[in-house]
Design a protein around this ligand. Structure first.
Ligand SMILES: *[C@@H]1O[C@H](CO)[C@@H](O)[C@H](O)[C@H]1NC(C)=O
Ligand SMILES: *[C@@H]1O[C@H](CO)[C@@H](O)[C@H](O)[C@H]1NC(C)=O
Ligand SMILES: *[C@@H]1O[C@H](CO)[C@@H](O)[C@H](O)[C@H]1NC(C)=O
Ligand SMILES: *[C@@H]1O[C@H](CO)[C@@H](O)[C@H](O)[C@H]1NC(C)=O
Length: 660
């Protein structure tokens, strides 16, 4: 193993200052959202920094660990050791560094045939070891390395007490989910990965927090959606610049699965206080379809502002974008909370606080949010037979919708969040213009319900009127114990939804979503018609008569004989059958209800047509170009410094999830 000299005191001195005074070290400056910092273990023994270089398509990692033994660092698709990409390195007692590219098989990592990671620096001081190493995004070693992509990866980490015994006895190890390549706009003082956060809650003098705090007794029912109302803390125009959540205990966090905030727009001439103050006083109520008129007046609160879902990190907008707050005087917001209580616990009292950071400094662009995807519940588009490993569902926003929704110059999308429930394994946001598929707006082949993030796009995307937007989701139902999965509100039912943040905001359309209505789709499984039953909160069969009253969930699990042919035909139709999109125009006076949308179809004169579209079967689908960068003159098992690298363009064909 080649030795690398021990580093000077100066670097260590800098690091030392950082270790005892986090505030002095600017780990992520405003200019570089690609420089990241994370304390990966609870004790602060393992510190990781990384920086993404898009010019060279390499990531450089720095790890500092409280040990004189070896350091293990790895990347894994879903957190397992098998198939993971691991490097093991450190500094020997004689001051020589060692560093080896390995891969996980069983418990003991094996050395790769091709050594694709480069050690840049290694030193040991006192009781700490520092390693700096880098790697191309894609090393071309599909067999033994894990490519660094836009997909969710788990950083797996470990360290030992000695160097000689490179055995994984795994006293100290763990995994941290991360989108390594994403820009990160979370201010360091609020980043939960950086110790000492919470001590500087205000970003600067112009910034305040709008706190939406609720405490609720959650009944012993599987799923509850609750709407509470909140009054904006200011009556003069500000910009919301970010969001964060606060859960006092882990239990509080476990039972909250999503938070959606909507802005309320009372009809002209109606005093908002008269509509919403009584709701604030009463604490709100259970609510599912907010657009349906109801005594809580949720029908006036239809403008999407923000969505938080499981393990969402703090969310911050790029500096040139803000979301209006109290632009026209006093404002009210509706907060819908999804409480999850699968074990039907009683005496469950849940508290949390949603915090909107708002500033008196008005930013150049005004942001809005739209929701896109498959209609759920209230449609039968999502049916996933039991035992599927990779079943795809599509949600569409037809050209006929984007045509009505977006101004001539289009909208600029700057962030997105992809959402499914627990059976989701992959999600992707497609964008078609004419006969071309543009690069995916967002993709994640390793989607994890337990880590749902608002993700800032590396490049903002213009979406023009007439474009087709398609979000696709893939599901795995191999561990549902023979149960088919259908669309629904519960975490154990499914959704396929994408949220987009864009500018310039318009509040005339809140969503664009679609469903399968083709003849033959439901007939395939022996059903003719269904109807949403609000009391049972279930889609129920209405014909043929012999199945009438049976829920789709029950029917697809217990009445359908899922032959291979039927599965294939269902999948084909779910991808290629034409879908009907809904993108109604809203005014405070006229918000179409769910039943109007599902039964009336096109409403005369309101612009609420339901344009059709299908997933394009004839256009050339987007293929990401290969990022494969190979090192020259590989020498197995040994690391050498300063090797030149060359990019090798190589079409890699389809890998994994690609194609749809
Ligand atoms: C890694 O550490 C070196 C100093 O040893 C520093 O120059 C470099 O910027 C660090 N890189 C990252 C990604 O933090
Ligand atoms: C690891 O994965 C490979 C292929 O994916 C499989 O053949 C092998 O049995 C797995 N090994 C273990 C220990 O799970
Ligand atoms: C799986 O289904 C069987 C038969 O319906 C049932 O007896 C069993 O309890 C179920 N197991 C789980 C883990 O739900
Ligand atoms: C998953 O299904 C899609 C089609 O829906 C296909 O293109 C892709 O190759 C499949 N992926 C795997 C890993 O089987």
């Amino acid at each position: 193993m080649e030795g690398i000299s021990v580093r000077t005191f100066i670097t260590f001195g800098f690091l030392l200052i950082c270790f005892f005074n986090w505030a002095t070290c600017d780990y992520r400056t405003e200019e570089n959202p690609y420089k990241h910092f994370a304390q990966v273990d609870p004790e602060g023994n393992y510190i990781l920094e990384w920086i993404v270089n898009w010019d060279t398509k390499r990531v450089t990692f720095n790890v500092t660990v409280a040990t004189n033994g070896y350091i293990g660092f790895g990347l894994s698709r879903r957190g397992q050791m098998n198939g993971s990409d691991i490097v093991i390195g450190g500094v020997n007692r004689n001051g020589r560094s060692y560093f080896t590219d390995c891969h996980g098989t069983g418990e003991i990592p094996e050395i790769d045939d091709s050594q694709d990671w480069s050690l840049l620096d290694a030193w040991e001081r006192g009781s700490r070891t520092f390693l700096s190493f880098s790697r191309p995004f894609d090393t071309c070693d599909d067999e033994q390395d894990v490519p660094i992509t836009d997909d969710l990866l788990q950083v797996i980490w470990t360290y030992g007490e000695t160097d000689d015994e490179i055995q994984y006895h795994f006293q100290n190890r763990g995994a941290m989910p991360v989108y390594l390549l994403d820009p990160d706009l979370v201010p360091r003082s609020l980043d939960p990965r950086v110790p000492n956060n919470g001590q500087q809650p205000l970003l600067d003098d112009s910034t305040r927090i709008f706190e939406m705090t609720t405490t609720r007794d959650v009944p012993a029912q599987d799923t509850m959606y609750w709407c509470s109302f909140h009054k904006a803390p200011t009556t003069s125009k500000h910009h919301i610049i970010g969001f964060d959540t606060l859960f006092p205990t882990e239990k509080d966090e476990t039972h909250v699965h999503h938070l959606v905030i909507y802005r309320c727009h009372p009809p002209p001439g109606v005093n908002p206080a008269s509509l919403f103050e009584p709701q604030i006083a009463s604490g709100g109520g259970e609510c599912y379809f907010i657009r349906d008129p109801n005594p809580m007046n949720t029908q006036y609160c239809t403008e999407d502002v923000f969505l938080w879902a499981v393990k969402g990190r703090p969310t911050f907008f790029p500096e040139h974008v803000g979301m209006p707050l109290s632009a026209n005087g006093p404002e009210y917001y509706l907060l819908q909370t999804h409480y999850d209580n699968p074990n039907l616990e009683s005496n469950l009292r849940i508290t949390f606080s949603l915090q909107a950071y708002y500033s008196s400094v008005i930013r150049p662009n005004e942001a809005g949010m739209i929701t896109l995807g498959t209609i759920t519940p209230g449609s039968t588009s999502i049916i996933v037979p039991p035992g599927e490993t990779n079943h795809t569902i599509m949600g569409m926003c037809a050209p006929g919708c984007t045509d009505q929704m977006f101004p001539e110059e289009g909208i600029t999308v700057f962030a997105s969040l992809l959402h499914t429930h627990i059976r989701g394994r992959g999600a992707r946001y497609h964008h078609f213009r004419g006969n071309t598929e543009l690069p995916w707006i967002l993709t994640d082949e390793n989607y994890d319900f337990n880590y749902q993030q608002y993700r800032v796009l590396r490049e903002e995307r213009k979406v023009l009127p007439g474009d087709l937007l398609v979000n696709s989701c893939t599901y795995d139902t191999t561990d549902t114990n023979g149960t088919a999965v259908i669309g629904g509100f519960s975490t154990r039912q499914e959704m396929c939804t994408a949220f987009l943040w864009y500018y310039t905001r318009s509040n005339s359309h809140a969503f664009c979503r679609s469903e399968l209505k083709s003849d033959g789709y439901l007939n395939l499984v022996g059903v003719r018609t269904t109807q949403w039953n609000q009391e049972r909160r279930a889609m129920v069969i209405t014909s043929p008569a012999r199945y009438s009253g049976i829920s789709m969930a029950d029917y697809t699990t217990n009445y359908v004989d899922w032959t291979v042919e039927m599965r294939e035909e269902l999948q084909r139709r779910q991808i290629y059958d034409p879908q009907s999109s809904q993108c109604p125009r809203f005014t405070p006076d006229d918000v179409p209800t769910e039943s109007q949308l599902s039964t009336e179809g096109a409403r005369e004169g309101t612009g609420n047509q339901q344009p059709m579209s299908s997933f394009p079967s004839k256009v050339r689908l987007y293929q990401p170009s290969s990022q494969c960068v190979r090192r020259r003159n590989q020498i197995g098992g040994q690391q050498q410094r300063g090797k030149t690298i060359r990019e090798k363009e190589r079409s890699k064909g389809r890998r994994g999830w690609s194609g749809i």
